[in-house]
Write a protein that binds this ligand. Sequence first.
Ligand code: HH2
Length: 301
Amino acid sequence: MPGWAPEPAAGDPAVWHIRGRTVDLGRPVVVGVLNVTPDSFSDGGVYLEPAAAEERALSLAAEGADLIDIGAESTRPGAPAVPADEEWDRLAPVLERLRRSLAVPLSVDTTKAIVAERALELGAAVINDVSGLEVEPRIGRLAAESGAGLVLMHRRGDPRTMQRDVEYADLIAEVRASLERSIDAAVSAGCSRKQLVVDPGIGFGKSPEGSLRLLAEVGKFGSLDVPIMVGPSRKSFIGMLLDLPVHERLEATIGACVVALERGARLFRVHDVGPARRALDLAEAIRRAGAAEDAPAGAPR
Ligand code: HH2
């Protein structure tokens, strides 16, 4: 089977360690996106008010999210940089509310160590660093000290520059080598591999064809030996390929997630949690039915 595969049920259970809690990797992990920004590419301005953000988080949890990833700085191409204080002012009231009302663990999507540090103080269980520790390596130490989960994503450049150069001599090899450097940096900072997840960064310094290839060949990152996340949700490669506006990309997002699951991805960062949950659970059941059929006679089913 290509890609990262959960350990067999008889052995150590396949889990992602996130600060004293574990996320079961035995089934697809659905990560709900919540952006508390004025300018995110698909939900900018909608959840800027803390009450609206809280309501959205609770509904993502009710739809079956295993984790909710909150971002307070857009990473869309061309997005302006947000100062740390402003990013924190957007996040803090939402984290304060959710720590009381939400049972599902929270991830914070940031590249700033000071924001990660404060978010951990308010109970965040995961840091999602879209720079893979390139911008502020101190995030690695913060994850090590707190035991938080750490998502290491690949991107080239930053939101201002990332779509200027989307050509690679060997896309898969370059992304893989960069993710390996991020893993090494996290481990050198004291993280256990069981805290880590990698993400090839769909749309981050990638052409539409590049994003398709990363999804098609996501299994090639399996040898990094940490679970793989993908985030194709509503992204522009779908819009360009199918000529669809941002709010008509649901079915294509689901299709991309299902193919990526089949090829070895285990975690799926999506805006539309309920549909993704149902599609991925069914796809996983089909995958397992096939695996059971292929198993040698007498093997447990
Ligand atoms: N994509 C976005 C943001 N963070 N993190 C990971 N690990 N993987 C991704 O693919 C990823 C990410 C962009 O999506 P969104 O948060 O909806 O938009 P914006 O950055 O405009 O807020």
